[in-house]
Each structure stands twice: as structure tokens, then as C-alpha cells.
Design a protein around this ligand. Structure first.
Ligand code: APR
Length: 244
């Protein structure tokens, strides 16, 4: 693979980097994107029917079942070479922050330390009323499991449309983005805020911005390096080219 020599030497000297990942990174593991999950039985619903607090209030069981299906799918797939290359990068770059919009937990399963999960994690569950995380839950298949502390309904610990991103995650993401020398935007369409602004913040702070995507995105005209292709191929090739 032909990787820019200038980027390779830049990464060899890099001390602080941050990477933002999106659905494209999990695509090669076979995780369907949000929209692709709405197939079969689920095709009749709009995102607002499945991924908002209002939807959960109206039809908690419907929303719970949809996430249970997505959780089962995420559990049945494995991290791909792109995930593992990001683990390798974290070992090579002194200060490396991985920020993800993915809720599938595959970065952590691959072994990436301290992943900032901007949109939560489908494998965690919390109480809809009191917010307390639930380490385990028991479903009878008929109704939504309830919180051991307050009896409220349990929900997936993900960020739904219309909800705020977890403030600590967001603050940590901004801080790493402002401080980095190299910023990667990988497998994300760059359309959803505030993740979409991170690359611009990095650039304004003087970082070199590298985008890895199958297709150009609204970010592409702004980046310093656009590596077009599959993240599961480009990332391992980059790690090998830079660190051998
Ligand atoms: N390698 C690299 N890029 C890829 C690959 C791949 N193998 N496969 C797909 N892509 C790119 C697509 O070209 C697209 O630009 O990944 C991007 C995926 O875009 P989206 O599906 O919009 O995913 P993402 O950017 O993560 O969406 C952000 O929006 O739907 C909400 O909350 C959801 O977290 C999600 C957020």
C-alpha cells in the first residue's frame, strides 16, 4: 500500500495523537450500521420510534427488544484488524486517545485502553429513572427488566437522539483533540455533532488531520491526508510502515 512518506515520518516522531472512529471501523466486523439494523421486522419503525426517550416512554418493550437484538449481534462478532491496529498505535504513541461514536464496545474488546465512548455502550444498561448502572439484569422475555435500586425500567446506556452526550466523555475528547499533534478521523461520515467538529478543532490547534474512509466526506477538503479505503486494511498497513 502506498502511504505518504511525510505522514510516516510524522507519526514516527509523534508524541500526542487522538483518533475519532465511527461505524465504518466496525463495518468489517459485520456490525450493521444503525440504519442497516432496521431490517426485517424492524424496517417499519423510524429512528424516532426506537432511539429516543419518548419512544422508550411510549413503548419500552419495543425499544428494549430492538437493543437486545443489536446487543446480541454485537456480541456475536469480533474486532477486526483495524481495531487491533489502534491498540498497537496506543502502545507506540506516548499519549494516544481513542474517541469513538460506536456503541458496540469492539475497541475495548480488542484491548484499547481508556476508550472515550461518546455515544455510550450497548452492552451496558442503566435505570431510565434514577440513572444507576445495572451490572446484571434478569428478563422474563415478557417485560422490561427493572432497576434493583428504585424499580424503574432499565434501558441501554447509549445516547439517544435528543439526549446530551456524557459531559466527562465530551470534555476528555475536547481536551485530547486540542492537545494532539496528529488527529485521525476514521470510518465516520462526519455528519453528527459534536463529533463532527473535533477534526476542525484539532486543525485549528495546529494538528495534522488524517482521514481514513471508503468515501470522501464533508471533512475531506479540510484534511492534510485523505487515505481512501478500508480502515481494516489501511490502519494495519500504517502501523507496519511506521513502527515495523
Ligand atoms: N473503512 C473505512 N470507512 C468505512 C468503511 C470501512 N470499511 N465502511 C464504511 N466506511 C465509512 C462510510 O463511507 C461512512 O463515511 O464509514 C462512514 C460511516 O458513516 P455513518 O454510518 O454515518 O456512521 P458514523 O459517522 O459513525 O455515525 C455517527 O450517527 O447514526 C448515528 O449515533 C449514530 O454513532 C452514530 C453517529
Amino acid at each position: 500500500m502506498n502511504l505518504p512518506a511525510e505522514l510516516v515520518s510524522l507519526l514516527r516522531a509523534c508524541q500526542r495523537a487522538a483518533a475519532l472512529t465511527g461505524a465504518g471501523v466496525s463495518q468489517e466486523s459485520g456490525v450493521p450500521t444503525f440504519r442497516d439494523s432496521q431490517s426485517g421486522l424492524w424496517a417499519q419503525y423510524r429512528p424516532e420510534d426506537l432511539a429516543t426517550p419518548e419512544a422508550f416512554r411510549r413503548h419500552p418493550k419495543l425499544v428494549w427488544d430492538w437493543y437486545a437484538m443489536r446487543r446480541a449481534r454485537a456480541d456475536s462478532v469480533a474486532p477486526n484488524p483495524g481495531h487491533y491496529a489502534l491498540v498497537a498505535m496506543a502502545r507506540q504513541i506516548a499519549d494516544f486517545t481513542l474517541i469513538t461514536q460506536n456503541v458496540d464496545g469492539l475497541h475495548a474488546r480488542a484491548g484499547s485502553p481508556n476508550v472515550i465512548e461518546l455515544h455510550g455502550n450497548i452492552r451496558r444498561v442503566k435505570c431510565f429513572d434514577c440513572g444507576k448502572p445495572a451490572a446484571e439484569w434478569h428478563g422474563d422475555g415478557q417485560s422490561v427488566p427493572t432497576c434493583a435500586a428504585c424499580g424503574g425500567l432499565l434501558r441501554p446506556d447509549v445516547v439517544w437522539f435528543g439526549e446530551r452526550l456524557p459531559p466527562e466523555a465530551l470534555e476528555a475528547a475536547w481536551a485530547a483533540t486540542r492537545a494532539c499533534q496528529v488527529f485521525f478521523s476514521i470510518g465516520t461520515s462526519g455528519l453528527v455533532q459534536p463529533a463532527a467538529s473535533l477534526a476542525h478543532v484539532a486543525k485549528e490547534g495546529g494538528a495534522t488531520v488524517v482521514e481514513i474512509n471508503l468515501e470522501p466526506t464533508p471533512l475531506t477538503p479540510w484534511v492534510d491526508f485523505f487515505l481512501r479505503g478500508k480502515s481494516g486494511q489501511i490502519l494495519p498497513a500504517l502501523v507496519t510502515a511506521v513502527w515495523g
